[in-house]
Design a protein around this ligand. Structure first.
Ligand SMILES: Nc1ncnc2c1ncn2[C@@H]1O[C@H](COP(=O)(O)OP(=O)(O)OP(=O)(O)O)[C@@H](O)[C@H]1O
Ligand SMILES: [Mg+2]
Ligand SMILES: [Zn+2]
Length: 283
């Protein structure tokens, strides 16, 4: 388990070696023998339905297109949506010791509760601690192999599971997704505050569904007024990664299990350069 880190300060621990399993006194789960995961990034939002799973998937696809080895951990145990978006059905295999994550068409490895239950329509009616335990097992009991970026799709809000992920997984940072309806910014502020309390860097804010693009002339039509996301990011002092338009093509591809075919440049500049500022590891 964790090693003795003596009286090193938080900063020293953060810039410590990749074997350092503790940050700020909180014990991180060690990697298993079947995994070599270099960077872990979680995608969170203050409330549901703003597009976390879509953004997590698009980030995974962008990094994969750049040639990195990518995994997606579906930490939304009661509302898992990643297997469907990537067209993965059936149950995950095991090698007798660890669960093997199914591989999507572009090579992204995926683990989700839906890949462990016989019928994906069956509801999961577990209490918080059990949900949190399941997410930990996605780290400890899955043979991820070699992964440059593991993207974690969190359930909405700031409950048990996001807390467990922030405490137990060696996160490099978080990406926060908002929608322009979060006018009061209160919900986004909550997410950012939680990250700060847990000492996890916020790598950026993505504003989803802020505008539509006219299919005829390409004009961008703001749906809820201009620039809330950018303003909010500036206010909180976090990087603004960009606006994702409402695009029927995206929801269609997600429904058809073909999210890997969707192209967006929102994460074009997101890679090791960005993480270097924060990161414990380099790709
Ligand atoms: N930019 C977009 N354009 C069109 N449809 C979108 C866009 N973003 C998300 N959607 C659609 O909105 C729905 C919710 O998106 P998604 O599942 O990514 O949100 P979520 O925040 O993960 O939701 P939950 O809180 O339930 O996990 C999905 O049907 C998705 O296809
Ligand atoms: Mg989701
Ligand atoms: Zn037009």
């Amino acid at each position: 388990m964790g090693q003795d880190t003596g009286s090193a300060s938080c900063e020293e621990k953060k810039s410590g070696s990749s074997d350092d399993n503790t940050k700020c006194g909180i014990e991180k789960l060690p990697e298993n023998d079947n995994s070599r995961i270099r960077n872990v990034i979680a995608v969170m939002s203050g409330k549901g339905g703003v597009g976390k799973s879509s953004v997590a998937s698009l980030l995974a696809c962008s990094l994969r297109r750049k040639g990195y080895k990518v995994g997606l951990l579906d930490a939304d145990i009661t509302g898992p949506s990643l297997p469907r978006m990537f067209g993965i059905r059936g149950m995950a295999d095991s090698n007798g010791f660890a669960v093997l994550p199914p591989v999507a068409s572009t090579g992204i490895k995926i683990m989700s509760l839906n890949l462990l239950i016989p019928n994906e329509d069956d509801p999961v009616i577990w209490r918080g601690p059990i949900l949190a335990g399941a997410v930990k097992q996605f780290w400890t009991d899955v043979a991820w192999g070699e992964i440059d970026y593991l993207i974690v799709d969190l359930p909405p809000g700031t409950g048990d599971v996001p807390l467990t992920v922030m405490q137990s997984l060696p996160l490099n940072g978080l990406i926060i997704v908002s929608s322009p309806q979060d006018l009061a910014a209160m919900i986004v502020r909550k997410a950012i505050k939680m990250a700060q309390l847990m000492n996890i860097p916020v790598l950026g804010l993505v504003e989803n569904m802020s505008h539509a693009v006219c299919p005829h002339c390409g004009e961008e039509i703001p749906l809820f007024g201009h620039g809330h996301g950018r303003e909010m990011a500036e206010k909180f002092g976090i990087p603004f990664l960009g606006n994702l338009p409402v695009d029927p093509k995206l929801s269609q591809l997600c429904d058809e299990g073909k999210v890997e075919m969707y192209q967006t440049n929102i994460f074009y500049n997101f890679g090791p350069e960005v993480l270097l500022t924060y990161t414990r590891n380099k790709v």
